[in-house]
Write a protein that binds this ligand. Sequence first.
Ligand SMILES: [Ca+2]
Ligand SMILES: [Ca+2]
Ligand SMILES: [Ca+2]
Ligand SMILES: [Ca+2]
Length: 330
Amino acid sequence: MFGKTQQSAFTLTELLVAITLASLLLAATSGIVSNALGTNELVEERNRLQRDASFALERIVRTVGHSRQLLLPGNDNPNTNWPEHIREQTIPASPPIGSSTFATAVLAVTLPEYVDLDADGFPDADDDRDGRIDEDLPNDIHHDFLPGIMLIDDDGDGSVDENPSSYWDDDEDGTYNEDPLGYIDNDGDGSFSEDPPSDNNGDGCPGVCGVDDDGNGTVDGTSDDTDDDEQGGSGFEDPYDPVVFYLDGDSLMERMPVPWNEDGNSSPDGPNDGRDVVASAIANNVTRLRFEKADSSTGSAHLVLIELELTGQAGAVVSLGASVRVGGSL
Ligand SMILES: [Ca+2]
Ligand SMILES: [Ca+2]
Ligand SMILES: [Ca+2]
Ligand SMILES: [Ca+2]
């Protein structure tokens, strides 16, 4: 009896110890479990962000690789104290550089030939459907009735479309038609051919002076010096159609020109112009976007460096980069 009581007391102690051990073990296990859940969530988020960033980068790289011309970023302008060739933006915003008031990331290239959204068999970039692309620019080279590219801070000074009445000013520097097409930086801003007049090379002749541009046997066939392809017509019938990548909040936007009257406005020369665009988000949760024009040569095959950072709710951060040559895939 005595022995039995002692045994059962012993058992009780054992039981208590066992319970304590079990609860300790449980606590430890639940710690491990919740830790594992947290890690899983982070891993999943990182994978998701990785997919999102890859998707966006691939779209940009494909577009740039098939474009014939980089529009933004331009070369660094030696006359300003902020970099024009590097367009970087963070969310939340980091302090602007020099006397620029707001840093924005922007990449703009001319529309690749493969894009035919209205499926009429002509590239959308061939505005006059003559088989050639961007061959006859108006004074307002983007044909959007605003300085530079519509709703974009072209010169990186922090202001968008400043001096709106001066819409022939293609680079937002306050003067227009000051840098015709060619290999000379006529206005000393570091960039070439960034603000041509409707006589695109500024030589006072249709097409190039003394050259039979359209191969019809007649040299400088018309008296219209704005007819850059010597094909008659309005004299400036094929503007640039910019594809633009930029941030709207923390969304990376891709803005496409469309060959129909998207905004309902008509121009003197027709219902479709540079204001007809469609923008869509190709990535969200962006915390950093950076575009750099890596060389300042006069040629067209410029190298563009791209960096994209996404940050998720759970704290995962993914940063991806790419470098692509403009027209490198043509
Ligand atoms: Ca054309
Ligand atoms: Ca500006
Ligand atoms: Ca200008
Ligand atoms: Ca220039």
